[in-house]
Write a new protein. Structure first.
Lengths: 263, 152
């Protein structure tokens, strides 16, 4: 009986040594793992979508490979409703290798606008929930998660149409000039078309105008919109008050009408 | 008289050998902990209080091991070995719970699943437990055999 007991003791000791050596080397490897996050970028993608790209730099100088690396990001609005979700999966990150992963999250402007027009005209905070998981050294599945707020800049921040000024264009038409201004706070350049309908107080359409706007990110736009209104005493008197119906059309989204009263 | 003197000399020799052996083993274990601890510290340091509890665990483990070595070839060795195996399993059970460790640092939440390690460690300590039980059975068996031979 002594021999089996000794063999059992020896086998247990050997297994313990292996286990401790493995744990120690795996834990020591953690300090040789280097994760770095690059500057996030917003780009426009075809089909009215915005692409949020986050570069990730992984330098695995540890002794073990990282397996089943998965990065998942969920964008949600202030009320908690989900706006966009995307995953990035890398099967193996071998040890001793540098890897750059671009994590893309596609944000659909249409679905963003479904949650409210404030995303077009007011700056907002989106909540991003990021979860990264991996299987370290084949034995330790680990997961790290965090939440942070991502500032959403409105493309038509502070959009305003001024008071229309009437002037005579020719014997039949009057020229109505309306100042238009906004600030593009978005993380993308804005190029699009704005169509404005001018209505008088009795809801009669006086005129229509279209303007192509181009506002690089973080810039202001100031311009005038011109309407040619048939010269008519009745319409002129009625046009002291009324409303504008504004329609926005860009490669990323279509929105309208935005009703702005005047007078 | 000479034989008695020889017997007591052997006993002193035996006890001093046990003490040296036990001390060497204890030093070796502590040295192993001393070398391994800085390696695992970056990972385990994320869990508050875990490194301190490991230190307490090592001290109790070494004390039980010392006692087991000092009481070698007695039934008490089996008791201390069993106690050591049970203590190890108990420590794993209380410190790790279900084997999933959750910790938060600033805005980050880290979850590490140590279930597999936990299972292997528990299985190995069960082997240690089985060994100490077998040792106890063997000890009792040998003692019974020796007393049987004396009666004959």
């Amino acid at each position: 009986m002594n021999v089996p007991i000794r063999v059992l003791g020896l086998a247990t000791s050997i297994f313990w040594i292996f286990l401790i050596a493995f744990i120690a080397s795996a834990a020591y490897s953690v300090k040789d793992l280097n994760f770095d996050v690059g500057e996030p970028q917003f780009t426009t993608a075809p089909g009215g979508q915005l692409m949020f790209s986050l570069p990730l730099y992984i330098n695995n100088r540890g002794y073990y490979s990282l397996k089943e690396f998965q990065l998942s990001t969920v964008f949600s609005d202030a009320e908690g409703s989900e706006i966009a979700r995307d995953n990035t999966y890398v099967a193996v990150i071998p040890h001793g290798e540098n890897l750059t992963i671009i994590h893309n999250v596609t944000l659909s402007m249409d679905s963003l606008l479904e949650n409210g027009e404030q995303y077009l005209f007011n700056d907002n905070n989106l909540t991003a929930s990021v979860t990264a998981g991996l299987n370290f050294a084949e034995l330790f599945p680990a997961q790290i998660s965090t939440n942070f707020t991502y500032p959403w800049g409105a493309p038509f921040y502070n959009f305003a149409l001024g008071q229309p000024s009437f002037g005579r264009f020719n014997v039949t038409h009057s020229l109505v000039t309306v100042p238009m201004s906004f600030e593009n706070h978005a993380a993308f350049d804005l190029v699009g078309n704005i169509r404005i309908e001018l209505y008088d107080g009795s809801d009669a359409l006086l005129g229509e105008s279209q303007t192509i706007v181009s506002a690089p990110q973080q810039s202001s736009y100031n311009g005038d919109v011109e309407f040619y209104v048939p010269l008519n005493v009745a319409s002129l008197s009625a046009s002291r008050s009324g409303r504008f119906d504004v329609y926005f059309s860009t490669p990323l989204f279509e929105y309208g009408p935005l009703v702005i009263p005047y007078g | 008289m000479v034989e008695e003197k020889k017997k007591s000399k052997n006993l002193v020799k035996d006890i001093s050998f046990r003490v040296v052996k036990a001390s060497l083993k204890a030093i070796l274990i502590y040295l192993l902990y001393f070398l391994v601890a800085p390696m695992v510290a970056p990972l385990l340091g994320l869990i508050p209080g875990f490194m301190e509890s490991i230190e307490a665990f090592i001290i109790i483990y070494i004390v039980l091991m010392l006692l087991s070595d000092l009481t070698e070839r007695t039934i008490f060795q089996c008791f201390f070995d069993t106690a050591r195996a049970l203590f190890f399993m108990g420590y794993l059970l209380f410190s790790m719970g279900d084997g999933v460790i959750n910790t938060t640092y600033q805005n980050f939440s880290l979850t590490v699943n140590l279930t597999l390690f936990y299972t292997v460690a528990v299985l190995l300590s069960l082997l240690g437990f089985a060994k100490s039980i077998l040792q106890a059975i063997n000890f009792m068996h040998e003692r019974a055999e020796a007393s049987g031979n004396l009666q004959l």
